[in-house]
Design a protein around this ligand. Structure first.
Ligand SMILES: Cc1cc2nc3c(=O)[nH]c(=O)nc-3n(C[C@H](O)[C@H](O)[C@H](O)COP(=O)(O)OP(=O)(O)OC[C@H]3O[C@@H](n4cnc5c(N)ncnc54)[C@H](O)[C@@H]3O)c2cc1C
Length: 300
């Protein structure tokens, strides 16, 4: 049994555990004055969350940690797979190709569905020690440590709100209006956002798949269970998938048995997470009556 690009089962197992090195490279979160908390727009704490040791890891840091654990040349960059026929012969083909997975499209017609919401996100200079999410009036604003000298932010609200952005207002200015009377920590971050620092995503998730496995093809991560970002679990579940798949294959007496075990374990565990993320996305972006700033008057 061989995983593409990795010498043997034991090695695959160990290399996938390279993520264990991440805590040394990530930044500590949830140790600040507030720990982790959900706040109201006026800054009052709705709920403080227990703060176990948390390490927040950006994608480049995670990629670097995983790559460090692989033999040089294992990853071929910039070689998109357009068709499964492009792939070399292998015992197992792991579709870890994200929400618009080519591997998934080849094995099932189930496709992502829009959530009707958007996320804007980015980083601004300056450090914060706490993880906070502020909820109010059909929108949320999150602030987390990103690196020792930068702060990660995200905003999430209904897509139609952004579509109705008044002409002449840039995205950054519109954000300023959306959050103009929120508590000072939100206003400070929003005030530092520039238009070219905004990453905007239309949010989608994936209806439940009847299986994550088809023959020698197996889906992991967003290809299998893309979810709303509201629980912050999509990438975490993807990593669990990878380790579980490696463990299941290593323990099985055949590829079929290993894939069956992976499918049964991970479909059962990830379905409720997708459902809860979807629910949280809906609840947190539901319109509530409230005071509007002058620019937003008339925006429902
Ligand atoms: C706004 C937002 C905030 C989020 N916040 C969090 C969070 O705080 N915590 C968390 O755990 N998750 C979060 N997520 C979710 C997380 O980003 C995803 O769940 C995670 O990236 C999924 O990993 P993946 O490897 O399955 O897919 P991806 O990260 O999408 O990676 C897929 C890879 O496959 C490659 N690829 C795609 N198609 C092809 C092809 N045809 N051929 C070759 N390569 C291909 C892509 O280039 C990419 O490198 C967030 C998502 C969003 C949208």
């Amino acid at each position: 049994m061989q995983l593409a690009g990795v010498a043997d089962d034991g090695a695959a197992h160990d290399e996938l555990r390279a993520a264990a090195r991440v805590p040394r490279r990530g930044v500590a979160g949830a140790h600040g004055e507030l720990g982790a908390a959900i706040l109201r727009p006026d800054g009052r704490v709705v709920v403080g969350l227990p703060s176990p040791p948390v390490h927040l890891v950006s994608r480049p840091v995670l990629h670097a940690a995983l790559l460090d654990g692989l033999p040089a040349g294992t990853v071929e960059w910039s070689t998109p797979v357009r068709d499964l026929a492009d792939l070399p012969e292998a015992d197992v083909v792991v579709g870890a190709d994200g929400i618009h997975s080519v591997v998934r499209a080849a094995v099932t017609p189930v496709a992502p569905r829009p959530l009707g919401t958007v996320a804007l996100r980015g980083t601004v200079p300056g450090a914060v020690a706490s993880v906070t999410e502020t909820w109010g009036r059909g929108r949320i604003f999150g602030i987390t440590p990103q690196a020792p000298d930068s702060t990660n932010w995200f905003a999430c609200f209904r897509a139609d709100l952004l579509d109705r952005r008044p002409a002449g207002l840039s995205q950054a200015q519109f954000l300023g209006e959306l959050y103009r009377d929120w508590h000072p920590a939100v206003r400070r971050v929003v005030g530092a956002v520039t238009d070219d620092g905004i990453d905007r995503r239309t949010l989608l998730d994936l209806p439940p798949l009847p299986t994550y496995v088809d023959g020698r093809h197996v889906l992991v991560g967003d290809a299998a269970h893309a979810m709303a970002p509201n629980l912050g679990r999509g990438a975490c579940e993807s990593l669990v998938d990878a380790v579980c798949l490696a463990d299941a294959l290593a323990a099985a007496s055949s590829v079929e048995e290993g894939l069956r075990r992976y499918d049964s374990l991970r479909r059962r565990r990830t379905r409720p997470v997708v459902r809860l993320s979807r629910l949280l996305n809906r609840v947190s972006t539901t319109r509530l009556p409230g005071r509007r700033g002058p620019v937003l008057t008339g925006v429902p």
